[in-house]
Each structure stands twice: as structure tokens, then as C-alpha cells.
Ligand binder design. Sequence first.
Ligand SMILES: [Zn+2]
Ligand SMILES: [Zn+2]
Length: 288
Amino acid sequence: MEEISHHDEIKHSIYKACSNSGCLTNKEYHGKDWRADVFAVYDNRKYAFEIQISKQSLNRTLERQAKYIRDGIIGCWFFEKEPGRYQEERLDLPLFKVSESNGEILVSLKEREKLPLNKFINSFIRNEIKFCNKLITTKKQIVEISFIRMDCWKCGAENHIYFASKGFYSACNAVINKDEMLWSSDRKEYMPEIIESVHKYIKTDKGKHLKLGRIEERYSNTVGHSYVSFGCAKCNSIFGDFYVHEAIMESYYGDGIIDKIRCEIEMNIDLNINLPHWCHPNNGFFCE
Ligand SMILES: [Zn+2]
Ligand SMILES: [Zn+2]
């Protein structure tokens, strides 16, 4: 029996995924001067799906893509190894990395998400994956909050502080980072929605072992002005940002974290950055 090549195996999976999604589907379909691995028509839109196991340069790919564009076809490329010069995602070239895990073919939307091939094709032809130029934060944020012990430098009372996982998510699961500085009041930890979630938690049976002072403006002799800070639950002394920062850094390397929670929080944030991407939101709302 002839051995089925890896290329043909994936091609067949694409073919099946297309027909299961309700497309009119053809394998090895010939056009004027091109041949698509899988050609599919859905809702009057024409798609050419190409699987690329061997290397193919970005220029060569764009050359072949130009023919599809000329003929009004959406060429969609699956690469096992992305072309060297391909870095930024682009509208004129839907190109995705494929990999295999436990016999299942997965399609990567960069670091954001891996979708089973079936699901990807089904979403792609239904325009549930759309090209957006900007990444925008979504309202619902997953935040991990870690608690560490920090006893009061003044009265010695047992205290705790916390820090939140960095960055904010877009609906398509990309992380948008925000520059944060010491002694600034707009740290993620001080956002009212985060404080509220922490307070809710420390009122539960599981969280009641934590001792947290208020988060408020306190005057610091060290820097000579007031800033929003952690402080002692007993004597309300300021926990200076420098020491807080140091304690957090130390916990990255050791096991100083004594408790950790993961919350889904509705947050009032509106960050965006220019990052062209194929957007597949988890809530139906594209980045733009
Ligand atoms: Zn104290
Ligand atoms: Zn997006």
C-alpha cells in the first residue's frame, strides 16, 4: 500500500473540515495558472486552502497569493514552519502555523490561541476570524492575584500585600501591557475593581487568614510626597513602594506566595495598541 504523505493527510483533513462546514469542496482544484490543495465555496465566497510542509519563502508565497487575489479567491495558508521573513500578520496573506498534538491538527493564531483545524475552518469561512489592525482590551478580564506576607516594619504585626498578573487581555486573548512605575497611583493592584475582588475574597472562609490594610494615599518621608500605597492593617503605617516592589520581585524566584486567586473581573479599562492580527474573539466582539 502506498504510504500517505503528511501533506496529503493534512490536505484530507482540510477537505473534510470544509465539507463538514457546509462548503462545496474540491481537492487539487485547477485554475488558470494555479492549483489549490483544497478549494471551497461558502456563501459565494471562494477559498483556496494551501498546506505547506516544505519550506516556501515569503516572496514565493506572495507570488502565489497574488493569483488568488487576482481571481477573487481568499487564499489561506497553513505552514508547518512559517517563512523566515514573515513576521507581522497581514490582511493580504492569511497565514497560520499548524502543528499536531495527540493526533489532532491545531492551527495557531500566534500566541493567542490554538484551534483544532475543524473549528478554525468553520470559523474562518463564517467570518468569525477577521483581520483587525488594533488590539483592544475587553471588559471581562481574567486576573490572577497573588498574596505575599509582609509584616509591618513599625509595629511588627503580621500583614499581607498582593500583586496582580501583568497586562490586560483582548477578547482574542492577546496581552496588552501597560507601563507601570513605582509611586504611581494607577497600578493595576489599586484599581477599584481589583480591590473589590480582593476584599470579597478575604471575607470568605478561605481568604480570612489574610490581613490586609487599607489601600490609600499616605505620606512617605522617603520620597517626600503622598502616594497610593499598601499599609499596616493594625497601625496604618505606609508600606513603601520600594519594599513592596522588592518583596514582589523576590516572590517571583522563591515560594513567598502564600495564596493565589484567579478572578474574572469586569474592568473599566480601554487600552489599545497597533497590532495587525487575525482576530478571533471569545465574546463575539472583534477588536475593531
Ligand atoms: Zn503596623
Ligand atoms: Zn483581536
